[in-house]
Design a protein around this ligand. Structure first.
Ligand SMILES: [Zn+2]
Length: 508
């Protein structure tokens, strides 16, 4: 028998086998039992969360000759034919492959004909957001007056790209990311059935890495079996995924805490020598820092996802690191990850990010009583480092110093939007008084002015400055005009009020 990918073998065949989407399965089963199905459904959600599987189960259910409480029987001629993909009335269109124009035209021509084999014609359009405008228009015509025997199931990872006219004619279901424990349980069932043994930490590593997508998790398991045979250990998973182990990441974080530049460079070099991808290194470090942050701020919640072997060390690091530093670390590494695509020197970018963090050290970014001696966190008692978090307001930059510390504002903006950063490069902040920041552009920077003066950009500047100064900030952008006067264009006072109100802003 030819090889079949595991995720195909273990594809759910009934609604109750679809993991983590009970809210959707129950609603659909009820609709089938009470015969209140809509004519068109939109299944949205991240990849690998069960959208296409659910679409096929629904297609079987509406054609099944022996329905079982809203579930397809998987035994009748219709169910079998749909499972074998030989059923004439279930048509799958992959909008990603050719943008769908011919198929949608064909659909429009044939949709009126009664089903030839089953009870209902079902059109499953995968990645529907990829359709061309013409294809969307053709689809819309049939959605406006759908023949009674037709059911449309549109699936997408990006619902925001679908025209409103289409959205408004569909009943929408949002598929959730599947939680790690649920993925782990399913993987455990699969390995048992396949006669494969896998260590618990290896299984958990796969489940965590899948980030909510069951299909990805099963595919990785499949690759691990191909690579390691029927005994899978954590190091096999790390090899297959190209990830950096938690232990190695923890020791890298140690070098940052201790400001040990040479060990930091050596560790990064080791990772690269082992063939790890730089993007992956950054992602693993970001993920690890997020775990440290969670350990610090929400240790009792079920959010922390670290292997039992790593958790002791991680707790130690979390208690030695201020929240603010962890936040900065995540931001800085995320910015480096974003910058990777513009760089042909990725290793330098990676190293520079760590050097930046180490230069700044653990102390907060402004002059205030220093909680930890830089580079010697081990000597700091946990009680000391807790102090900054318990203060209701943490002013990082005093208002009167904002203009002198403008580079800090720019650095933060760069981390959030490289474009906005570029538009702001040639502007000097004119004043910052009573929570109002005025930015002035010379005539020659009219274009920059217009770009900055867009709502989302104003809001971003307002957010950054608000967070840095701990107060609601209104941003005003002014452009010099021909008479040399400054013309006021637009303010963001209402936006800022809406966002922040009059309450003090806490830095998180
Ligand atoms: Zn059936």
């Amino acid at each position: 028998m030819s090889y079949r990918a595991l995720y195909r073998v273990f594809r759910p065949q009934t609604f109750s086998e679809v993991r983590g989407q009970d809210h959707i399965s129950t609603t659909l089963k009820n609709a089938i039992v009470t015969e209140r199905l809509a004519h068109a459904y939109l299944f949205c959600g991240p990849r690998g969360t069960g959208k296409t599987s659910s679409a096929k189960i629904l297609a079987k259910a509406v054609n099944c000759l022996d329905l079982q409480n809203g579930e397809p029987c998987n035994q009748c001629a219709s169910c079998k034919a749909i499972n074998e993909e030989s059923f004439l009335d279930v048509l799958e269109i992959d909008a990603a492959s050719n943008r769908g124009i011919d198929e949608i035209r064909d659909l429009r021509d044939k949709v009126r004909f009664a089903p030839s084999q089953g009870k209902r014609k079902v059109y499953i359009i995968d990645e529907v957001h990829m359709l061309t405008n013409e294809a969307f228009n053709a689809l819309l015509k049939t959605l406006e007056e759908p023949p009674a025997h037709v059911l449309f199931i549109l699936a997408t990872t990006e619902p925001q790209k679908i025209p409103l006219t289409i959205l408004s004619r569909c009943q929408r279901f949002d598929f959730r990311k599947i939680n790690t424990a649920e993925i782990g349980n399913h993987l455990a069932d699969i390995v048992q059935e396949e006669g494969v043994s896998i260590s618990e930490d290896a299984l958990n590593a796969i489940a965590r890495k899948a980030a909510g997508g069951m299909r990805d998790a099963i595919s990785v398991l499949d690759q691990c079996i191909a690579f390691a045979g029927d005994r899978i250990e954590l190091e096999h998973v790390e090899m297959v995924l190209g990830t950096v182990s938690e232990e190695a990441t923890a020791s890298l974080v140690d070098t940052v805490i201790q400001k040990d530049y040479s060990r930091m460079f050596l560790s990064l070099n080791d990772f690269i020598q082992q063939g790890k991808d730089i993007k992956q290194i950054l992602r693993d470090c970001i993920q690890y820092c997020r775990q440290l942050l969670l350990l610090k701020v929400a240790p009792k919640e079920q959010l922390v996802e670290l292997s039992p072997d790593s958790i002791g060390k991680a707790r130690e690091q979390a208690s030695a690191l201020p929240v603010e530093f962890l936040g900065r670390m995540i931001n800085r590494l995320t910015a480096a990850e974003k910058d990777l695509r513009y760089s042909n020197q990725p290793q330098i970018l990676l190293e520079a990010a760590f050097v930046d963090l180490m230069i700044q050290g653990l102390e907060p970014a402004v002059s205030q009583p220093v909680q930890t001696a830089a580079g010697k966190p081990a000597k700091t008692s946990p009680a000391d480092v807790e102090k900054p978090e318990t203060r209701p307001v943490q002013k990082l930059i005093a208002s009167e110093e904002l203009l002198q510390q403008w580079s800090e504002v720019m650095a933060q903006i760069k981390g959030k939007s490289i474009k906005l950063h570029a538009f702001l490069n040639d502007v000097k902040p004119a004043s910052f008084k009573n929570g109002e920041l005025i930015l002035r552009f010379g005539l020659q920077y009219k274009f920059h002015h217009n770009m900055v003066n867009q709502e989302e950009n104003l809001r971003l500047i307002s957010q950054v400055v608000s967070q840095l100064t701990g107060q609601p900030v209104k941003v005003t952008v002014e452009l010099e005009n021909e008479d040399g006067y400054i013309k006021q264009e637009l303010t963001l006072v209402d936006e800022a009020r809406k966002l922040f109100g009059d309450v003090p802003i806490e830095i998180v």
